[in-house]
Design a protein around this ligand. Sequence first.
Ligand SMILES: [Zn+2]
Length: 379
Amino acid sequence: MKQNRLPSWLFPVLILVGLGLLITGGISYFVALRSPADNPEVSNPEISSISPTSTTLPAPSATATDVAPTLTPTLKPMPTSTQTEEPAVSEETTIPTPTQSTDEGANLSLPPKLVFDGHLAYEQVLAQVAFGPRPTGSEAGWATGDFIIAELNKMGWQAEPQEFLFMGVQSRNIIGHKEGSSGPVIIISAHYDTRPAADQDPDPTRRGEPIEGGNDGASGVAVLLELARVLNSEKLKNDVWLAFFDAEDRGRLDGWPFSVGARYMAENLTVNPQSVVVLDMIGDADQQLYYEQNSTAELSKQIWAVAAELGYEANFIPEFKYTIIDDHLPFLERLIPAVDIIDFDYAYWHTVEDTADKVSPESLERVGRTLQVWLEEKQ
Ligand SMILES: [Zn+2]
């Protein structure tokens, strides 16, 4: 009879093999349990996809330094090439983080396009009127100049003060310039001083009071400062200077002429600018910007055409209306093409009612975006 019993020497071997299988299986199981936590870059796709972009930011470029580090830009995508964007500010402008361009085919790794924001510009109006009336030679005027210098520096611009004495009053222009800029010089300018006396006020008893200058003074400066934040150096074909004039608005008071600061700059230019753009009283909520008669017609036409492309033709009206003495004259006298963008249909001109509540973010934005597109796309 044949026995089916296994040989006795086989038992220890089987026990060892069984133990071996148990041990290796246990180790594999243990490793399988632990590995997700030990290898997050493999097991957690969210972390692995975020960490490379957050640790390998693009090298700082000229565009990146356009962004004011302490401002939180509230941006809308740049108008596309058709430029048919609604002029009104939409709710998008309140989104507190930069948005990526939605241009078709845009590479999402590129820095977002910066677009002129009327609400941020309006904050610059409020920041200026907070100093009170800012006539040439006043403490508030000097503090406003310091504020402009600080804002320019914050946004990566150099600020060159240009001090001068006029009739015993210490005055100061400020010229913003971006290092590395090249091309023919274009000066975008506005006066930051305010009228020391409200000589057009309907109430004769108030005509000696200084004006707040929410529109006549603060609005043009606000547009310049917001341009400093958004202008894309890489797209500019010009060396853009931002000039903040002092001593514009004391004309016909105490024997002063208008445009003392602008004249000082024009007389002391060391370059020959291609053109000069003057912004004055551009922030009225009820905005009507006509061609101004003294301005270089070709320059007016170019800028108003950009405004029309952006859908602003109701506010940039391509018709002549007023002839204005303003900061463009000293440059025109030197045969430098110059344009005065001014809304002279302003009921509060040189009155104590020229306050920040008469200015609207939308009006600032129309002027700012027109200039941004003109400077970045059209030259
Ligand atoms: Zn004025």
